[in-house]
Design a protein around this ligand. Structure first.
Ligand code: SME
Length: 156
């Protein structure tokens, strides 16, 4: 069975494989996820800037926090540990950064190139426990594909 996430991964590849600009590609991937995955309120990327700071990148949704230090909140935890984060209730996550009080659950997938976290993909929902393990793995596969984008010039 072709799932929505498999299909989104194929579309992400098709949309980006001939375009070398990583920012343009991340912008379209955030729009693709936001459009196609139901019950979301924010999708976007935070990009690593020195030293160990996430800075807001291409996204869809309401205005958001601009800087998140590694280790803080769900995004900073994903960046620091390089591990996929699936949080059923963000209000129970120690140190969660509430950019938009409408967000109740989220998935954050790190994008790791040459051992370094170059960015994270953050997907938020107003619904508690919105994301199944399969959803999280599907979003992680999109983040893994993003490793192949052109990160030269982004500190990779
Ligand atoms: N919830 C995130 C902050 C980013 S925004 O929700 C867009 C976190 O705790 O890392």
């Amino acid at each position: 069975m072709v799932t929505l996430l498999d299909d989104m991964l194929k579309q992400a590849k098709a949309l980006t494989e001939d375009e070398p600009d990583v920012i343009a590609n991340l912008a379209n991937i955030s729009a693709l996820i936001y459009e196609q995955m139901p019950r979301l309120n924010w999708v976007g990327f935070y990009l690593t800037r020195e030293p160990e700071m996430l800075v807001l990148g291409p996204f869809q949704g309401r205005v958001a926090c601009v800087r998140i230090p590694f280790g803080q909140g769900v995004c900073g935890t994903a960046a620091a540990t390089q591990k996929l984060q699936r949080v059923a209730d963000v209000n129970q996550f120690a140190g969660h950064i509430a950019c938009d009080s409408a967000s109740n659950s989220e998935v954050v997938a790190p994008i790791v190139v040459n051992g370094k976290t170059v960015a994270v993909l953050d997907v938020d929902s107003p619904e508690l426990d919105r994301f199944s393990e399969q959803d999280a793995q599907g979003l992680a596969a999109i983040a893994e594909y993003c490793q192949q984008l052109n990160w030269a010039g982004q500190g990779a």
